[in-house]
Design a protein around this ligand. Structure first.
Ligand code: CO
Length: 157
């Protein structure tokens, strides 16, 4: 188990376009595992992209914490999108703010999974939001770059 340090807004790693992964080898599998450990150690995180832990590779982990489990995505690409939705987003790299962001309501994503298998995913609702948010990280984009409103996060108990 390795919980990695999460880089926060202002750090240039979050503004960098990440490189594609050539092969899902042992090192990539270990990175995905460390990213999952980091996600689960976070407060209320549902997704994490590699640049958030300082690794400039096209890797994402998602767990909506709704029983659907961990998703590991390598080199994800949106192949189709439809509609629009506005959702109030937060980000582990922008800990003190949240904001309303308009994104596609429905996306289709092609990716390689954590075992190196090609996969195809159709998603709407929260999963679609999360996929688009995390994939933006791979291109150096934060939700605060797209938000129509940004507000301080309400303090939690
Ligand atoms: Co984020």
């Amino acid at each position: 188990m390795a919980v990695l340090e999460i880089h926060t807004a202002g750090d240039p790693v979050l503004k960098t376009v990440c490189a594609p992964v050539a092969r899902v080898d042992k090192k990539i599998k270990r990175t995905l595992k460390d990213m999952a450990d980091t996600l689960y150690a976070s407060h209320n995180g549902i997704g994490l992209a590699a640049p958030q832990v300082g690794i400039l590779k096209r890797l994402i982990v998602i767990d909506l914490q709704d029983g659907t489990g961990l998703r590991e995505l390598v080199n994800p690409v949106i192949t189709n999108k439809e509609g629009s939705q506005i959702f109030t987003e937060g980000c582990l790299s922008v800990p003190n703010f949240e904001g309303d962001v308009e994104r596609a309501e429905y996306v289709e994503v092609e990716y390689t999974d954590g075992r190196g298998q090609r996969q195809f995913l159709k998603a709407d609702g929260l999963l679609a939001v999360c996929l688009q948010h995390e994939m933006d990280h791979l291109d150096g984009i934060l939700f605060t770059d797209k938000a129509v409103t940004i507000m301080p996060k309400a303090p939690e108990d």
